[in-house]
Design a protein around this ligand. Structure first.
Ligand SMILES: [Zn+2]
Length: 127
């Protein structure tokens, strides 16, 4: 139910924003999700639809932008985006980002990509 709780907090935040701006109808909600949230966009969209039912934002489209995770290597000091080998099968690729793309070390720490944020809400405002 990871996606459902994420969808609920997006809906809560979007509803609060819509209400405070006298919005008549919300057309879309734009979110950025970090790689390390491990949220599946299709699942998130599906749960967003359920969670937004009977709220002011019902019918709004959820637009998802995926953001690459950032890691820091404790061996060589590399700091930056993860790089996933596109040849890797998906079940391996999930763990692959943790490896340092410079030296291949697994002593890395996540410094970004664990968050999801609402970047923009598009709406029709009451006259
Ligand atoms: Zn390294």
């Amino acid at each position: 139910m990871h996606e459902f709780s994420a969808a609920c907090s997006i809906v809560d935040a979007a509803v609060a924003a819509a209400e405070s701006h006298n919005v008549k109808r919300v057309t879309s909600v734009n979110v950025e999700i970090g790689e390390f949230t491990f949220l599946i966009p299709e699942q998130l969209e599906f749960n967003f639809e359920i969670a937004s039912k009977d709220t002011i934002i019902e019918g709004a489209t959820l637009k998802i932008t995926k953001v690459k995770g950032r890691i820091k290597c404790q061996e060589c000091g590399y700091e930056g985006e993860t790089r996933v080998d596109p040849e890797l099968p998906p079940q391996l690729a999930l763990f692959a980002p943790m490896k340092c793309p410079e030296c291949g070390s697994s002593s890395t720490v996540i410094i970004g990509g664990k968050e999801f944020v609402i970047t923009n809400i598009e709406a029709e405002v009451e006259e």
